[in-house]
Design a protein around this ligand. Structure first.
Ligand code: LLP
Length: 442
């Protein structure tokens, strides 16, 4: 292991510093000025960090020519973010008509996109096929039948992967573990053969190209990826022997972790890529198989570190002898991860350099005791009006945000070397009520 730290091993985005005014500055943008210009709460994404990170992925896998890099859209999906990944040659992992529509709306075709999901609807599958989705990762028997029917009706042969649960556990939060046997996702190893039998003998409009698995998210152990590939190749060998079908594609999902706090020690993209390629090398040899095309679907590790959230500090409450709460103008509706997973975050006051550190608990504005963004953090004597920067909010914050308490969703700004542009507008009150139907008789 080298001493060099890569993007997912840092808490802050690239080019983070204190400027002459003592304010925090990221990619040439003064965060206090951003907060003033766009108001808070505000999601900010640094384009430079996203692109450098994506370049690291491309470089790390460049030795394995048959790699297909796809961005897991569920981590952060907006038209401009999709454009960045498209411009860098990435495809997408999508899980809904809404994610597909967002791509099409940004004039991105689906030629490098895989449709995942454990309960895709007929309408969603039809939409995906009408728009020539590259691959569908089929999750269950009902979907196999439905997909074949739709493909037949459209006179198409749809290329598919079969999603399997490889029976691998990783040490992450229970809700974001997916590869273990007791999981709602995919075919288990006992039902896989039955699915293949059906594709071979009955579902003539499906072209089985490979297997797909995803073991979990926020993974720190590279061994998990080694083992996952071993399981996938073992199955591919068995399928070859039993059915005389040689699968030439494998999708290993996403999952690489990032650094939310200094206790987190994720491996770099390069270490992870090396172990993935090692497993492919060793296990294809072991099972006498050709090297398959490799699809990977990182989400968090591509965007999380590039993003941060700005809030304005408001009220405070001191519970004598216990703790001091400071309240933000945002919270669990723009970042549900702490209340959902007990996720931890780092934050600093953007407008103060060195003052007395004070131990506080950062509370959100929402009407729930559980809306605590950060429990026990030292901040520079936080006062009402200060701007708080919470790091590592680029993944699964905007995409999981809600209108809880009917608070408007914040806007998102893309920064790049001193420039800043809105890429998601703040919701308006009109938009908030636009789907309300007020009945005449009331
Ligand atoms: N591929 C599949 C099939 C997935 O289910 C996921 C994530 C990914 C790729 C991308 O995984 P990543 O590289 O982002 O770890 N909301 C949770 C995370 C849920 C992840 C669900 N699946 C969170 O905030 O931590």
């Amino acid at each position: 292991m080298t001493d060099k730290k890569y993007i997912n091993q840092n808490i802050e985005p690239l080019n983070t510093k204190r400027n002459d005014k003592g304010n925090l500055e990221i990619s040439g943008c003064d965060l206090v000025e951003l907060a003033q210009k766009y108001s808070t709460p505000l999601y900010v994404m640094d384009e430079v960090t996203i692109r450098e990170n994506a370049k690291d992925y491309i470089k790390a896998f460049s030795k394995y020519e048959k790699t297909h890099l796809t961005f897991a859209a569920k981590a952060l999906m907006t038209g401009s973010i999709a454009k960045i990944f498209d411009s860098m040659g990435f495809g997408f992992d999508v899980v809904s008509k809404g994610e597909i529509y967002t791509l099409l709306n940004a004039k991105i075709d689906l030629s490098k996109t895989t449709f995942n999901g454990s309960n895709k609807t007929q309408e969603e599958i039809e939409f995906a096929l009408e728009n020539n989705i590259a691959r569908v990762s089929v999750d269950n028997f009902l979907e196999l039948e439905l997909l074949n029917k739709i493909a037949l009706k459209m006179n198409k042969i749809q290329k598919i992967h079969l999603r399997i649960t490889p029976g691998i556990e990783c040490h992450t939060h229970e809700y974001i573990q997916t590869g273990q046997i007791d999981s709602k996702f995919g075919f288990d190893l006992h039902t896989l053969d039955c699915a293949i039998e059906l594709i071979k003998n009955k579902y003539k409009n499906l072209d089985l190209r490979g297997l797909h698995a995803h073991v979990g998210s926020q993974i720190f152990e590279t061994q998990v990826f080694y083992d996952e590939i071993e399981v996938l190749l073992r199955q591919m060998k068995r399928i070859k022997d039993k059915f005389n079908i040689e699968l030439d594609e494998m999708n290993i999902g996403g999952g690489l972790g990032i650094t939310y706090t200094k206790e987190d020690r994720p491996p770099s993209i390069f270490e992870t890529a090396d172990i993935i390629m090692k497993s492919l090398e060793e296990n294809t040899k072991k099972y006498g198989l050709n090297k398959p095309s490799l699809y990977i679907e990182p989400g968090r590790s591509l965007v999380c570190t590039a993003g941060f959230s700005l809030y304005t500090i408001g009220s405070e409450k001191k519970v004598e002898g216990i703790r001091k709460y400071i309240a933000l103008d945002g919270g669990m509706a723009d970042n549900p991860r702490p209340s959902m997973y007990g996720a931890k975050y780092c934050a600093v006051i953007a407008n103060k350099k060195e003052e007395a550190p004070e131990l506080v608990t950062v509370a959100g504005r929402y009407c729930e005791s559980g809306d605590i963004l950060i429990k026990d953090i030292e901040l520079n004597s936080p006062k009402a009006g200060d701007i708080l920067c919470v790091f590592s909010t680029g993944a699964y914050c905007y995409s999981m945000s809600s209108n809880y308490n009917r608070v408007l969703k914040p806007s998102m700004v893309l920064i790049n070397n001193g420039k800043s542009d809105i890429i998601v507008k703040r919701q308006t009150l009109e938009q908030l009520v636009q789907n309300d139907v007020i009945l005449e008789r009331l």
